[in-house]
Design a protein around this ligand. Sequence first.
Ligand SMILES: NC(=O)C1=CN([C@@H]2O[C@H](COP(=O)(O)OP(=O)(O)OC[C@H]3O[C@@H](n4cnc5c(N)ncnc54)[C@H](O)[C@@H]3O)[C@@H](O)[C@H]2O)[C@@H](O)CC1
Ligand SMILES: [K+]
Length: 574
Amino acid sequence: MTIEKFIVSADQMRQIETRIFAAGMPSAALMEKVAGLLARRIQALLKSEGRSPREEEPPKGRSPREQVKSSLLPPRGERRGNREEGFSYLGYESQGKDIVNSQFPVIGVLVGPGHNGGDALVVARELHFQGFSVIIYCPFSKLKELTKSHSDYARSLNIPFFDTIEPLKNCDLLIDGLFGFGLEREIVHPLSTAIDEINKLNKIVFSIDIPSGIHTDTGAVLGTAIRATHTLCLGLWKLAFFQDKALEYIGTSELIDFDIPLADIVAILGDFPAIQRITPASAMQYLPLPRSPIAHKYTNGHLLIIAGSARYSGAAILSALGARASGVGMLSIAVPISMKPMLSSQLPEALVIGCPETSSGAIKDLPLGIDLGVYDAIAAGPGLTLEAAITVESVLESDRPLVLDADGLNILAQLGTVPILSERSALTIITPHPGEFQRLFPELADKMGDRITATQEAAQLTGAVVLLKGARVCICFDDEGDFLEDSYASRTITYLNPESTPALARGGSGDVLTGLLGGLMAGAIARKSCPKSVVETAVWWHARAGMMAAKERTELGVDAFTLTEYLIPALREF
Ligand SMILES: NC(=O)C1=CN([C@@H]2O[C@H](COP(=O)(O)OP(=O)(O)OC[C@H]3O[C@@H](n4cnc5c(N)ncnc54)[C@H](O)[C@@H]3O)[C@@H](O)[C@H]2O)[C@@H](O)CC1
Ligand SMILES: [K+]
């Protein structure tokens, strides 16, 4: 399993770290290694933007120090402006250093009392040796032993230290090493005020491990937090990177792999971890590709979509186009009878079933004598309105595997989520957004501060696969031994999708997912493979299509219909 699959809590990271130290790795050596990787990565990021001091052609006729030039510096006029306002550049002319006119990029390193601060000090030292102009902000008098050693050494190198934020104002880049996964309580004044002021500076900020102030597990802001533009997560992905509310603070992110032995990870997380990050490889393994050379339409599954109303007529089309991309063998679509001609013209390959409809054009009931048993799976909900309650009740009562979305979920909430779903004999996949989730699970209202835990509990309460939509989709289900090895039966499995695009935050994109997921599920059932496994595939694929469309058309250009047209091209990228 690739390192990118693992996700840890602060406690698990601590346990893994303890094993490494117990096995003999010196703590100082590990910090040196990690921070060395960080410093090199930060330099590479700066170099990619033409901001590396040593790589540039030195202008003639200057001292070696002055020859090191970087575009990280603000235009000279701006700096002069600061001086004219009476602000001494960086505030340390008084230390006898004439760097006011220096051409160096100026990097401000924020140092905390623990080992996150230790990492930051090693990074500061390395960047200093590489020719960057570095200053250190450290408002703490007590530091952990190792951090104190690095602080002493940095001071001996004449790297300037400050305990006020004023000097940070003229830095071109900030590196945040105030707190990592050791933060356990709220940040209070005066540090909280300082962090708020630092955020107001609107600088480029690289956070080490996690933005300081963010809870490693829940992603909650503990008092206040650094708003990073980029976060370099150390060793293993932490849960916070999958909590929607932390994303504004994390910015873009990447993993810095520092060779944690797999045996130590497995010792703490197990060889099939209960929480996993979706990767292209893991999602693609459940795609119905390549097809069997002797496949026929029924071995690729038969999906029934139940969707649409006069009010939301497009929902049925969008779901059906999602299902079309899944390669499902046969597609049937049940819609209010007056919509039948429109559906038939849009989806010539589908069998369109006209249903009796209410006076306002919603599905009143399924046609008399319909045999749901012929379908491998059913996807119901998009655009149904609450008037389709009888229909939703009958699919819930059926023994067919079911994807339930949108109004299907609102009707389920009225019927009573937990008793209905726990009585279902067949698999149910529910795909709520946070508002629908709260209607479905009022008993979990106070758990919504931690999306991941709330989704896990919803899966445990219902026995369903629960897919909570958002920037980082969370998928949870109980493993009943049908999917993984028997020894793991009765655990809750969680999959987290690491990447998506806000371009998908738009009406109709969920309808596409419902159809795509339903189609993949029907195919999996027809081929007798586990239908739960395709949920991660559908979520990842849907997000990739959105990302590809956004890249080509901007985030404004990804309406739900356009999204359906990117589903197949998105696969070709892989
Ligand atoms: N896990 C690993 O394998 C490695 C961890 N390293 C670094 O070590 C970090 C964790 O280090 P620590 O456990 O020392 O923890 P941190 O550096 O995250 O912070 C802990 C320190 O902050 C103080 N503190 C906590 N909450 C506070 C608050 N609200 N206000 C003021 N002070 C507060 C604590 O008393 C303690 O001194 C990681 O994030 C990472 O940067 C790396 O150095 C090496 C590898
Ligand atoms: K940090």
